[in-house]
Design a protein around this ligand. Structure first.
Ligand code: MLT
Ligand code: ZN
Length: 473
């Protein structure tokens, strides 16, 4: 028996001994779905997949790995678009799947809070809130698979950020496991708590590099009784911003979503899913949703549409009359990512710029790319109401990916934007973060990483480049 075989066997034996049931440790072929992301773009082999059911088991797995200097890649629903939740080559590592920690531990309908374990699927959280006439407002296309731990670890955004904020704004407390295996218990339900450092904020959005989130207390919202959804054809992104002003004037803070979709994105959704807008159109589109508990939404939405049509900021528009019609409008938006995937490999950008700069950003990035490369197809869409644009590029040669990123991100930087609005850095954007983040901020981030994870066992090679060599698949 070689040394490495006996080390490997010892690791497996230790994992089995802390997890008990053999089904909680996977090896061989059974690990495949955990070692590659859902788009098949990122991934590397792991030594094992551990699937603990309790926070004590997570702690025990971390101790087993820490003693052996084995890295841990925490994983939830594996829906990352940035390669954040799968292994990367270059380090002995296991995947720690939180998907068996799926209890909703408590719901408080009066205080409007819920305590959920990391593996609870987002849609399950939304449904549990709905049973109490409450709302958990984080919402995006992958909500049927993504899990609370991953959503918190990536500070996920989605379609309702302009009204309800990012995930960070919905977290009141955390339970987490640190790199030495210790458990930090902070599942409070307080809206006001200035007693010492707000350490949970460090773990939210850290992509599993500083600690493993095992449970969270979540802040719910009242569930609006009325909802209205409209779909408009707009001549260009400038008109979309003018429409945002009309909508804000009429609907105020009832606006819950304001999404922009380019003609090319709509064409892909039609090509791959046969889904078509409710009117004949070749132009950009805006999907608006407003929600409130008091009535009057319909009049306000109609007034906003009239203002936009009269000003020439929209050429046509429909208001959904039924839930089914609203769902059909949302399907046009929610199928963009999958339609893009069916069209081949895309170079994804998840950027944010100040809202009033979105049209300039789209124009500048489009011309910069067309000047630098031939044969690209741009698929532009996103959460314009909060400044987040997905500026994705089809038809690029694999070797042009880094250069394309640089062209787009230079334009983002010129508009004082961010190279990741909501998807995170993962392994995909590590070099871009190193390039664009201010050196003083990178130094502070490294200091935090070294303090909380001195041996670099938590999700190494994600977010920060620690000087070792890790490569994309
Ligand atoms: C979305 O908003 O649909 C996703 O975050 C974007 C993407 O797939 O690039
Ligand atoms: Zn998005």
């Amino acid at each position: 028996m070689t040394d490495s075989t006996s080390t490997y066997d010892a690791l497996l034996a230790a994992l089995h001994s802390v997890l008990g049931d053999a089904g909680l440790v996977l090896t061989g072929e059974a690990m495949s779905p955990y070692c590659v992301d859902w788009r098949g773009e990122f991934g590397a082999p792991a030594l094992a997949v551990a699937r603990p059911k309790t926070v004590d088991q997570v702690s025990a797995v971390v101790r087993v790995c820490a003693e052996r200097n084995i890295a841990i890649v925490p994983q939830g629903g594996n829906t990352s678009l940035a390669g954040g939740a799968v292994p990367i080559a270059g380090r002995a590592q296991i995947v720690l799947s939180l998907s068996r920690m799926k209890a909703i531990r408590a719901i408080d309908p009066v205080g409007m809070t819920m305590t959920a374990e990391a593996g609870v699927v987002l849609e399950t959280v939304q449904e549990a809130a709905r049973e109490h006439e409450l709302l958990f407002p984080i919402s995006f296309a992958a909500q049927g698979s993504s899990q609370i731990g991953g959503i918190i670890s990536t500070n996920a955004g989605g379609i309702n950020v302009l009204r309800y904020g990012m995930t960070r704004q919905r977290v009141l407390g955390l339970e987490a496991v640190l790199a030495d295996g210790s458990i930090v218990e902070g599942l409070r339900h307080l809206h006001k708590d200035n007693a010492g450092y707000d350490w949970k904020q460090l773990l939210i959005g850290a992509e599993g590099t500083l600690g493993i989130v095992t449970a969270a207390s979540l802040r719910l919202a009242p569930r609006p009784k009325h909802k209205i959804t409209a779909f408009l054809a707009v001549p260009d992104p400038e008109s979309a911003l003018a429409l945002l002003r009309h909508a804000t004037a009429q609907l105020g803070d009832a606006i819950a979503a304001f999404e922009l979709i380019s003609p090319s994105a709509l064409a892909l959704v039609k090509q791959h899913f046969g889904l078509k807008p409710p009117m004949e159109m070749q132009s950009w589109a805006v999907l608006i949703e407003a929600a409130a508990s008091l009535s009057g939404l319909r009049d306000a939405m109609e007034a906003a549409l009239t203002m936009a049509l009269e000003a020439g900021d929209a050429s046509d528009g429909v208001i959904a009359e039924t839930e089914a019609q609203a769902a059909a409008l949302w399907a046009l938006r929610e199928h963009v990512t999958e339609a893009e995937l069916k069209s081949g490999r895309s170079v994804k950008h998840d950027v944010s710029v100040p809202i009033n700069r979105i049209p300039d950003f789209i124009r500048d990035a489009t011309s910069a790319l067309h000047n630098a490369f031939d044969g690209l197809q741009l698929v532009v869409f996103g959460h314009v109401g909060d400044g987040n644009v997905h500026f994705n590029v089809l038809g690029a040669a694999v070797e042009a990916k880094a250069a394309i990123n640089r062209v787009v991100h230079d334009v983002v930087a010129g508009h004082q934007g961010s190279i990741s609005a909501e998807h995170g850095i993962g392994s995909y954007r590590v070099s871009e973060l190193a390039h664009y983040k201010q050196p003083s901020q990178l130094t502070l981030m490294r200091t935090l990483k070294r303090a909380l994870d001195p041996s670099n066992i938590f999700n190494p090679g994600k977010v920060l480049n620690d000087g070792r060599s890790f490569s994309e698949k």
